[in-house]
Design a protein around this ligand. Structure first.
Ligand code: ACO
Length: 443
């Protein structure tokens, strides 16, 4: 893969070192600094990983400036328009969209695993009813490794595949169970004659007294949301999954770590935060007050659903969702004043110098919450739905990493800025100080 080299010169000593440059098939090349420390004695410092490629991957490509997102070379708009979520899942896992025969077999394999061990029902009952469903998901998905011992050997390719299929198949069942548990309703078993989105919606909204059948528009909207969230190269949660997996942890534990990372409001938790924010703004006349708060550096408030580490032009997923939003709400016959508020907020923010200068555009979370609300989901479930979709990306990235011959445990270094070596004084000789809380307040 090396096509070029990069030479680094130490200005103080004049010494220089040459490193190979690794070229990708698209996107920026990378300086391969694996031997930097050994050769130079220097580390690199990149706390938010803005300039660090943590791996070479053939799964997802993003060009943030051009607003491009491709899974396995397929454009996200093309996939959202012409493929199903399970076809996309197949492509992420195996490299290409399936042909008819592969599609049928994959759908059968996934359907075969949709039920969860009956004992997992008891496991759920250990949670408080008012637990956030993401808290429940972190626990229950991690616990799958206590139920499926026969697919934990990560050196066995068949076991890796079975774990991947189990996770893709069972995650909607567990997500629906976390909703039912929160609502105090009985769990609904999967139905294997329905497609992935229909089955998921039914498990969420059926009750024993009344069966639920999603309309074609609802199932398609759900499927589209799953496609748009399925993968996003080395984001925080995916990097978490890879790092956990690099120590050879089992795939269920790795996906649980991804769910934990996704939960944060700066990542997957943003879709719930967007809806909460729109509700808090309440009316178009209050937009200017909230925009002023977002721009005030002394105020921690940020405009949720705006900005992205990689997309500095527009988020192509937001563009697809924005255009679907109208269609979905029309077909569902839902008139949501929050959508009007969201549109107006977007319009005003996009004309505002603060947002223009910083290249802050609506991200995927800005519109997904409105569609999910229209489908009937409470806002606590939004991040769970993101986790359902992203499980496919996480497990594909995990599988790719485990199958790369040169993969090693991930172990970043640091620049140490703490105390240098000092003696441990006897208790009576240690200095008197104000309590920690007061020192923190005083800065
Ligand atoms: N509202 C107001 N100001 C913002 C926002 C926002 N949503 N996002 C960034 N900024 C400002 C920052 O204050 C900073 O301003 P400064 O240069 O004057 O200091 C500048 O824009 C750059 O912001 P960074 O924090 O450096 O950008 P970063 O790449 O680290 O953060 C992030 C990206 C976390 C997504 C951020 O934009 C954010 O917090 N957005 C709101 C939360 C959100 O919507 N998250 C979902 C992300 S998409 C996803 O996970 C699917």
């Amino acid at each position: 893969m090396s096509t070029d080299t990069f030479t680094l010169t130490d200005n103080q000593t004049g010494a220089s070192w040459t490193f190979p440059v690794v070229a990708g098939t698209q996107g920026p090349d990378a300086i391969d600094i694996r031997t930097l420390y050994a050769e130079t004695g220097y580390l690199t410092l990149d706390p938010g990983f803005s300039s660090t490629a943590s791996c070479a991957s053939a799964i997802t490509f993003i060009d943030g400036d051009k607003g491009i997102l491709q899974y396995r070379g397929y454009d996200i708009r093309d996939l959202a328009e012409h493929a199903t979520f399970l076809e996309v899942a197949y492509a992420l896992l195996y490299g290409d969209l399936p042909n008819l025969e592969e599609k049928r077999k994959f759908e059968k394999d996934i359907t075969h695993h949709t039920m969860v061990h009956e004992q997992i029902h008891s496991f759920f009952r250990g949670f408080r009813r008012d637990a956030h469903p993401m808290a429940v998901m972190c626990g229950v998905v991690g616990a799958l490794s206590a139920f499926y011992h026969d697919s934990l050997d990560i050196r066995d390719s068949r076991q890796r595949e079975i774990s991947a299929h189990r996770l893709i198949a069972k995650i909607p069942t567990l997500a629906a169970m976390s909703l039912k548990y929160m609502l105090g309703q009985p769990f609904v078993y999967p139905r294997n004659d329905l497609n992935y989105a229909e089955n998921f919606l039914r498990m969420c909204f059926s009750v024993p007294a009344e069966d639920y059948r999603a309309s074609a528009a609802m199932a398609r909207a759900m499927d589209k949301i799953l496609i748009l969230h399925a993968d996003h190269e080395q984001n925080a949660s995916t990097s978490t999954v890879r790092l956990a997996g690099s120590s050879q942890a089992n795939p269920f534990a790795c996906i649980a770590s991804g769910i934990a990372s996704l939960w944060g409001p700066a990542h997957g938790g943003a879709n719930q935060a967007v809806l909460n924010m729109l509700q808090e703004i309440g009316h178009v006349k209050n937009i200017s007050t909230f925009l002023a708060k977002a721009k005030d550096k002394d105020d921690p408030f940020r405009l949720m659903g705006f900005g992205h580490r990689v997309y500095k032009n527009y988020d192509p997923r937001a563009a697809v969702l924005k255009s679907s939003c109208d269609a979905v709400l029309d077909e569902l016959g839902v008139a949501d004043p929050l959508l009007d508020l969201a549109r107006e907020l977007e319009r005003i923010a996009l004309e505002d110098e603060y947002f223009i200068d910083r290249k802050l555009f609506p991200n995927v979370d800005f519109y997904s919450g409105i569609i999910l609300k229209a489908l009937g989901f409470p806002s606590e479930m939004f991040t769970v739905l993101f986790a359902v979709a992203r499980t496919v990306g996480w497990i594909s990235q995990w599988k790719e990493m485990v199958e790369q011959p040169d993969h090693r445990i991930g172990r970043p270094r640091q620049v140490y800025i703490g105390q240098t070596c000092r003696p441990v004084l006897p208790l009576a000789e240690r200095p008197q100080r104000k309590p920690q809380a007061i020192r923190q307040q005083e800065g």
